[in-house]
Design a protein around this ligand. Structure first.
Ligand code: FES
Ligand code: FES
Length: 160
């Protein structure tokens, strides 16, 4: 079936069997391999993307469910000039990236949180990434990174 949606701000179209997950449509049909396949059963969050701004596991989402909606993957969170976003820079600064496998999902989980709650507590950050597993167990640094980005965004709003 033919599915049209908005992907990282641009029109996208895939032609896939009706039971194709959004994860496979993104990776195999559209070549966006930043979205990772971990467990493929909704347990790890490596496949996290934003669907209409809400964090979803793309392994549990049918590609067909994205029809007419907005999808944002890790490839779509950078600055317009292609440089890393403030949140991605904060991950680097905080030393939050080890093997990197969970990081696209973590960044999208952080992004979803910061859009909804610009002043999250550490507890709220932990809750927001509760569905994202880091096998390298760098959780403290990941929470630090999201906190750093939250503070920077608040400062920016204050100065603008
Ligand atoms: S691959 Fe989707 S939650 Fe693990
Ligand atoms: S950095 Fe390796 S799984 Fe998280």
């Amino acid at each position: 079936m033919r599915i049209e949606f908005e992907l990282n701000g641009a029109p996208a179209c895939v032609d896939v069997p009706a039971d194709t997950s959004l994860l496979y449509a993104l990776r195999d049909s559209l070549g966006l391999t930043g979205t990772k396949e971990g467990c493929n059963v909704g347990e790890c969050g490596a496949c996290s993307v934003l669907l209409d701004g809400r964090l979803v596991n793309s392994c549990l989402t049918l590609a067909a469910q994205a029809a007419g909606r907005q999808v944002v993957t890790i490839e779509g969170v950078c600055n317009p000039d292609g440089s890393p976003s403030d949140l991605q820079q904060a991950f680097v600064q905080a030393g939050a990236v080890q093997c990197g496998f969970c990081i696209p999902g973590m960044v999208l989980a952080g992004e979803a949180l910061l859009r909804a709650n610009p002043r999250p507590t550490r507890l709220e950050i932990r809750a927001a990434i509760a569905g994202n597993l880091c096998r390298c167990t760098g959780y403290q640094q990941i929470v630090d990174a999201i906190q750093i980005a939250a503070a920077r965004r608040r400062e920016k709003i204050h100065h603008d």
